[in-house]
Structures are given as C-alpha cells and as structure tokens.
Design a protein around this ligand. Structure first.
Ligand SMILES: [Mg+2]
Length: 295
C-alpha cells in the first residue's frame, strides 16, 4: 500500500475501464454492464491507487493481497481491471464469453491469471475470503496479506453472507476487507422491494465489523476509506460504497433492465460518445469475429 495516491492516474483508468466494459459486452452480445459500471471506481482505486499489493508479472506471489469478486457476474469490470493492470493483453477483452476464451461469463481461476477464485454463485465470496484470511493470518504477522472481496447489495440477501460475517468477526480477521457495491438495485428491481436488506452498516456493525462508508464514485473518498479499512487491525472491516448502477452511461444509470443486457451497436456508440475522451484509442468492437459461439 502506497502512502500517497496519484488520483489523476486513477481517474484515467476509470475512463479506460468504462469504455472497455461497454466495448467487450457489446462484442460478446451478452453480459452484465450495470453492476460492472457501478464498481469501476472501487476497482480502479484498489488496483491503480496503490491499495492492493499485487504483481501482474508474478500473479501467485505469496505476499500478494488477494481480491475476490464475490459478485462474479460483474466479470467485465474485473477483466478490464486485470487487463489494464498487465495480467493479460487488453486486446483479449473482446473475446469475452467466446467459446474457448479465458474470459468466461463468470471468472474462472483455472484459466485467467489474477483471478483468485472462480465466482458467480452469489453469497459465497465472503465465506471463501474469510477462510482465506483466517489461513493467511497464521502465523500472525503485521505483513499478513489482506483479502479484499467485493459484494453486491442484492447479494446480501444470501444467508451464507451472514454466517461468514459472524465467523470473520468472531475470529477477528483484521486482514479481511469487504466492500459492498451498494447500488440499491438487483436483477429484478430495487433491493428494497425484492427483499429489503435495510441498514447494511448497522447490520454489519452489530455483527462486530468496523464499518466505513464512501461515495463509491469518488476515488479520493474510496482511497481514504479503503486504506483505513486495510490498516484496521482490530477485526474485519467493511466499506459500504454508495454507487449508481450503470454509472457513466446516462441511459443505463439506475435502470435494473441493464443488469444483464448487452448494448446493440447503436447503443454502444451512444455510450462511447459519453465515455470516450476525444482521440482516445480503444478496442474496436469489430475486433471480435461475428461467428463465434457465445456461451
Ligand atoms: Mg446491486
């Protein structure tokens, strides 16, 4: 973890990740833009703000921090982040969901470097992360790697999350940081209407977690709270990040219909008009052969 952060550099990555997400999902013809776009600043701050300790040249380095995308359907934001971090070529992003691609619809740890755990079955990431943090904490050391995991707010409806929350607090897993992408929507509508998770911060606090909150689209606020959470040594910490589903693309923002739907070519062009800096060279949708089988 660095002592200071180049916020301009992080912001530049934020823009790159958003365009990559829109382009790769368009190329695939399917995927999850809403919950990928809401988590862009979170991922950019972790990987490009110096919060997460990793080495793309040596993805299995023992001392690395671990990141686990519990909301595995947001694979596009993870893939865009890993590509921009140097784990694999950015050009490969347009193979998303193609038959034989390393970039499956949900992350596959056996295929892609930088993916710690195969995820997608919601509710499991916090349990996996807690077990991992428990194992990494022995022998106890100030240098123990930190395990970060990103959950959706709709995902908190899964009962297993709360068993893991109880476990992590009981064993005072100070090398565990959870982040909640609190965009208040899920596939079928508003979280408050599908099954209200109510006050997330109060709930986790009552379980014994150190709770922090941030504007999930403000990289300075995220950096402050994520570094504070990482430095907290009294038990597990959580950053509840208040976000907007589909952030950055006006017609996708706060629309649960864009949870798992790909833009068509016209919508992609409109989205990129909003997202792209003038003259930015990014991946072309036509890089993707049209006859690939989509899985
Ligand atoms: Mg959500």
């Amino acid at each position: 973890m660095r002592d200071s952060c180049n916020f301009e550099a992080v912001q530049a990555k934020v823009a790159a990740l958003r365009t990559d997400i829109v382009r790769m999902i368009t190329a695939a013809g399917s995927g999850h833009p809403g919950g990928s776009l809401s988590a862009v600043e979170i991922m950019a701050t972790l990987y490009f703000g110096g919060v997460l300790n990793y080495d793309a040249e040596n993805p299995k380095a023992e001392a690395r921090d671990r990141f686990i995308l519990s909301k595995g359907h947001a694979a596009p934001v993870l893939y865009a982040t890993l590509a921009n971090a140097g784990y694999f070529p950015r050009e490969e992003l347009t193979t998303l969901r193609a038959f034989g691609s390393r970039l499956q619809g949900h992350p596959d740890s056996l295929k892609l470097p930088g993916v710690e755990v195969s995820t997608g079955s919601l509710g499991q990431g916090l349990s996996i992360s807690s077990g991992l943090a428990y194992a990494l904490a022995f022998p106890a050391s100030a240098q123990s790697p930190t395990v970060f995991t990103l959950l959706g707010d709709g995902e908190l409806q899964e009962g297993q999350v709360w068993e893991a929350a109880m476990f992590a607090a009981h064993y005072r897993l100070s090398n565990l940081v959870a982040i909640i992408d609190n965009n208040e929507l899920q596939i079928d509508g508003a979280v408050s209407e599908v099954m209200d998770v109510r006050d997330i911060s109060a709930k986790l606090s009552s379980f014994g977690w150190y709770v922090l909150e941030a504007d999930g689209h403000d990289v300075r606020a995220l950096y402050k709270e994520l570094t504070t959470a990482k430095a907290h040594k009294e038990g597990p910490a959580v950053v509840v990040a208040h976000t907007v589903k589909g952030k950055g693309v006006s017609f996708m923002e706060n629309q649960c219909g864009w949870h798992g739907k790909a833009p068509n070519a016209e919508q992609c062009a409109a989205a990129l008009d909003e997202l792209c800096a003038p003259g930015e060279a990014a991946l072309s949708v036509s890089d993707r052969p049209a006859d690939r089988e989509v899985v």
